[in-house]
Design a protein around this ligand. Structure first.
Ligand code: ADP
Ligand code: MG
Ligand code: ZN
Length: 768
């Protein structure tokens, strides 16, 4: 049997997906080769599949250990829906049901069995497990074994005891989303993983938009958001029960389908409310952080924090419940200075740790105060929010994500050619022997033992950039690395090396312009610009006709979900429905190419969805939207900072770029902006899974055709510049001079011009 082919077949047949996501294949291959395996992937990355696919390939049974009943139920339900025989064994079953399930398990009825850790060492379960052929034990939410983690579960410590009883040790794999170094080491040690394959795909959740708002009227801000995002499923986290009650009451009063969750409610009510939310009977959940780990709902579109949580760990975990299906989601924190005081109060009063002695308690408090400070910085920084979060977890990426409230309002283009030249010059003159810190310290003029020891205080670039803050230098360094102006070795010590492109800077042949956070003192001005801004990004951006189809498919899904007594997203995810809207499958084969449609599900209700699409298709022809050419000659020299176009892999052809009214309404118009910024914003608002990007080229071409721009040739290169009529249209040329005297032109568009462009994209440019 060719295992490689087998796993792709299973992915398609049972789960309906064409491709593995990042990390999945490596993890699956490792398990199939019999090696212990540890997977660290963010929430929503698709960890379950990493043990479910091999479970279907391996001969024997797979045991999955999972901490919460609701998690088990959810996953078993989803597996059964996909045609996989699976069951769970936990305290939610009656004794009779439990024995019956064990009997069936003995008879080989189940390929995958979910079991609660408390059950492992009980006689009945051991009787079964020691006789059966168990090929694999998968530990989900593996951070629960670690006392360092936030969800430590003593019963998880039984896992090792259990595994030791096997005569033939099954392959062990473990998965988690939260793993600081300590937790990671704990998992490997406590579960005694044997030279495991460890795969960590990082913490970034690129489909999530992060935003911080500081509204005077928090409830007003929430209400406004809900008005702009009707029918979307979302969570509103509040700091206290009292606030949950208030917000919930107001929402009900305002006609929102909201429900609530906090520790003050009875078990029964909590469970009912959670189900209402899961089954989309209530669209908004208002909750304290007690509404936690068990939530596996994949189509949560937004998570609003009605107050600042006490640390970044909690924030990222809670916010991460948005967009688990990979579709855009928004994480918005409503900050108020009072939150700091409330949290301080929680920290000082903390009675959870009553087994701690005084010394330890004060250590813990100190740590919590420190964490609170970092959380507060998040709310106040004007650097990229995503970058801030990732750095907190020790991950270093670009400092500009283009999809957070700061990147969209607080950044400006800065010429950093001089800084780049110093840094590269320093690497060169110190013979390419040092790493990032040493080079930065040198140009910054640090007087450390290390610098003196290496004699770098005699380097010609020593202290050259003493006035530039070190964090800025680090950003420039990062930018240079990401754009191949320099490279870094990947050995034990990272050493910076020159590249072919380094010369361009040293010889002053190239200008380096990058986005940087505006200085804090300019804040008042940017605040003003921010005011008129509706919360940006996300939402499923479909054309109007497709939107109508989407609604029909959604009703059909609700109908089927009722029949099957499962939550709607278990039938098909939002993403699958969006794909159907875009692909408009007409046959079984075409339907099977839709992401998330496997054979089993197709047999069950594929036809009904197919018919729904077909009925709609008759009226659809006129609504296909405009076809835009995108391959004009490169005429964008005046836009020095082009965003890299991300090549999406999917084989499914995306439809054309179509500006919808829904997107247009969300655009924020600045007083003045560059075309890249406007286009970037529109692209951030569209659904990148199904639509092509809008390009600067297209707009430049159209503006030229209409006579607002004209061509100019300088040194044999074609540039666009503004014409007489273009000035009236609201385009302005600004000549910038870099500090080194490199002159370059930037075209700025005033608000009228921006609005006119958007209007044309919606109207006359659509046809051409
Ligand atoms: P995690 O446990 O990592 O938080 P899940 O296993 O619950 O995430 O998966 C999240 C979502 O991603 C699920 O809806 C799942 O079906 C989907 N998914 C997983 N793998 C893939 C894939 N290869 N292609 C498309 N969707 C996937
Ligand atoms: Mg999971
Ligand atoms: Zn950002």
């Amino acid at each position: 049997m060719d295992l490689g082919k087998e796993k792709n077949k299973i992915l398609k047949q049972y789960f309906g997906y064409d491709e593995f996501r990042e990390g999945q294949e490596t993890l699956i291959d490792s398990i199939l080769s019999g090696r212990d395996t540890l997977g660290i992937m963010p929430t929503g990355a698709g960890k379950s599949l990493c043990f479910q696919v091999p479970a279907l390939i391996l001969n024997g049974i797979t045991l999955v250990i999972s901490p919460l009943i609701s998690l088990m139920k959810d996953q078993v339900r989803a597996l059964n829906q996909a045609g996989v025989h699976a069951a769970f064994l936990n305290s939610s079953l009656t004794t009779n049901q439990y024995y019956r399930a064990l009997d069936l398990a003995r008879m080989g009825q189940y390929k995958i069995i979910y079991v609660a850790p408390e059950r492992l060492m009980t006689d009945e379960f051991l009787n079964f497990a020691m006789e059966a052929e168990i090929s694999m034990v998968a530990v989900d939410e593996a951070h629960c074994v670690s006392q360092w983690g936030q969800d430590f579960r003593p019963s998880y410590l039984k896992i090792l005891e259990f595994i030791r009883l096997f005569k033939v040790r099954p392959v062990i794999c473990a998965f988690t989303a939260t793993a600081t170094q300590e937790v990671r080491e704990d998992i490997v040690d406590i579960l005694m993983l044997q030279s495991p394959t460890v795969v960590s795909t990082g913490f970034d959740r690129s489909n999530l938009y992060f935003g911080v708002l500081k509204p005077k009227d928090r409830y007003g801000a929430v209400k406004n958001y809900l008005d702009l995002h009707p029918d979307q499923s979302g969570i509103i986290y509040c700091l206290t029960r009292k606030v949950v009650e208030e917000v919930h009451e107001n929402l009900i009063r305002d006609g929102v389908l909201a429900t609530r969750y906090h520790a003050g409610l009875s078990d029964r009510e909590r469970q009912e409310n959670q189900e209402d939310f899961t089954y989309d009977r209530a669209s908004v959940m208002v909750a304290t952080n007690a509404f936690g780990m068990g939530i596996d709902k994949s189509n949560v579109r937004f998570v609003i924090h009605y107050g600042m949580p006490k640390n970044v760990e909690n924030y990222y975990q809670e916010a991460g419940r948005a967009g688990r299906d990979g579709e855009p989601g928004e994480c918005i924190l409503l900050y108020n200075g009072q939150d700091v005081i409330t949290n301080q109060f929680f920290i000082e009063r903390d009675i959870d740790n009553d087994e701690l002695d005084d010394v330890n308690r004060s250590v813990v408090r100190e740590r919590d105060r420190e964490r609170l400070k970092k959380m507060t910085f998040y709310c106040c920084t004007n650097e990229c929010l995503r970058d801030y979060l990732l750095r907190y977890f020790g991950e270093y990426k670009d400092h500009y994500c283009g999809n957070c409230s700061n990147c969209l309002t607080q950044f400006e283009e800065v010429d950093v050619t001089d800084l780049a030249k110093s840094l590269i010059g320093c690497i060169q003159s110190s013979h390419q022997r040092y790493g990032i810190n040493v080079i930065i310290d040198t140009v910054h003029g640090a007087n450390t033992a290390k610098i003196r020891q290496y004699r770098l205080d005699g380097n010609p670039h020593y202290g050259e950039l003493a006035k530039t803050p070190a964090h800025k230098l680090r950003q420039v360094m990062n930018h240079l690395l990401l754009n191949d102006y320099i490279s870094a070795t990947n050995d034990e010590y990272t050493i910076l090396k020159l590249t072919e492109k380094s010369g361009l800077i040293l010889q002053e042949e190239e200008t380096v312009i990058m986005k940087m956070a505006k200085e804090q003192e300019k804040e008042t001005k940017t605040k003003q610009a921010k005011k008129g801004k509706k919360s940006s990004a996300a939402g499923l951006a479909l054309s109007e006709a497709d939107e109508a189809l989407f609604e029909k498919l959604r009703s059909l899904r609700t109908e089927i979900a009722r029949e099957e007594k499962v939550p709607p997203y278990v039938v098909f995810s939002d993403k699958s429905l969006v794909h159907m809207c875009v692909l408009k499958p007409g046959t079984r084969e075409e339907m099977l190419t839709v992401s998330g449609v496997g054979e089993f599900k197709y047999e069950k209700y594929g036809e009904r969805f197919l018919n729904c699409v077909k009925n709609e298709a008759v009226t659809d022809e006129s609504a296909r939207g405009a076809v835009f050419e995108t391959d004009f000659a490169d005429i964008e020299e005046s836009e020095p900072l082009k965003e890299e176009i991300k090549e999406k892999r999917g084989k499914n052809k995306k439809s054309e770029f179509v500006l919808t009214n829904e997107i247009a309404e969300q655009i924020h118009y600045a007083e003045q902006t560059t075309l890249s910024d406007l286009v970037g914003q529109i692209n951030d608002l569209r659904d990148d899974q199904v639509m092509k990007r809008l390009t600067n080229k297209l707009i430049l071409q159209k503006l030229s055709e209409e006579g607002f721009l004209e061509d100019r040739v300088i040194n044999g290169r074609l540039f666009k510049t503004v014409s007489e009529t273009g000035i009236g249209f609201g385009i302005q040329v600004i000549t910038r001079l870099s500090e080194k005297g490199n002159e370059y032109e930037v075209l700025y568009y005033n608000e009228d011009a921006q609005r006119e462009i958007v209007r044309k994209l919606l109207g006359e440019w659509k046809e051409g």
